[in-house]
Design a protein around this ligand. Structure first.
Ligand code: DC
Length: 223
């Protein structure tokens, strides 16, 4: 069974999706990490991000995988080949590059089959932008998480500071707005709310509140 969790940048998807997976004992797939891995390789290699053919080839040859600790369904690291890129994919440079790379149809065509294969035959919580609309349109439960722009900027600022990067709230808010605009206006699988998604505004809610609501939706369909 697939639980699809979509939403804009910094809406709390990763935190909530991981907690839901732990709560109900499902696997977890962060599809954004896959787009980030390709973007970070492109940045590292100095490749032109607008070159659709080069980015498509890069997506086809970049071997993204996840590492796990024993008895934990949540990955402890993101790898490209043997290299741990967990921190490298969360930098401002990759934030700025990833929407440009993710809008290229060939990049999506390379990554979506891997996402489908990952969750094939396994109960999985999958988070992203197009999971309920394109990748798993038949997902048993679809959730679309939102939060006010102010709340999302505060959360992302907290992430940045925790990772040791300096940041200003106005700059973080502008980056998020730019990325959301690009993600929701692109032609290929734009960020959108599936017609049958449960929309949850997480503003002012705790992670536990949101996880409770999603777990209740999963119980309704019978996990
Ligand atoms: O969730 P995130 O911020 O890590 O996602 C990074 C970028 O990847 C986001 O700006 C859009 C893109 N993305 C996408 O296009 N489709 C997905 N299923 C997941 C992420």
């Amino acid at each position: 069974m697939i639980i699809a969790i979509d939403g804009p940048a910094a809406s709390g998807k990763s935190t909530v999706a991981r907690a839901v997976a732990r709560r109900i004992g499902y696997r977890y797939l962060d599809t954004g990490a896959m787009y980030r891995a390709v973007a970070s390789e492109a940045v590292r290699l100095g490749m032109p991000l607008e070159d659709a053919q080069a980015m498509t080839e890069l997506a086809g040859t970049t071997k993204v995988s996840f590492a796990y600790s024993p008895d934990d369904p949540i990955p402890s690291a993101v790898l490209v080949g043997q290299h741990d890129i967990t921190s490298a994919i969360r930098t401002p440079a990759v934030d700025a590059a990833v929407s440009l790379v993710a809008r290229i149809p060939g990049v999506r065509s390379a990554l979506v089959p891997i996402q489908r294969q990952f969750a094939e035959d396994a109960n999985t919580v999958v988070e992203g932008r197009d999971i309920g609309t394109v990748v798993f349109p038949d997902a048993a439960v679809k959730v679309y998480l939102t939060a006010t722009p102010e709340e999302r900027a505060c959360r992302r600022l907290g992430d940045r500071e925790a990772a040791g990067h300096e940041a200003e709230i106005a700059v973080v808010a502008a980056d998020i707005a730019k990325r959301d605009l690009m993600d929701s206006t692109r032609t290929a699988s734009p960020l959108a709310t599936a017609a049958d998604a449960h929309v949850i505004d997480t503003t002012g809610l705790t992670v536990d509140d949101v996880v409770d609501r999603i777990a209740a939706l999963v119980m309704e369909v019978g996990f």
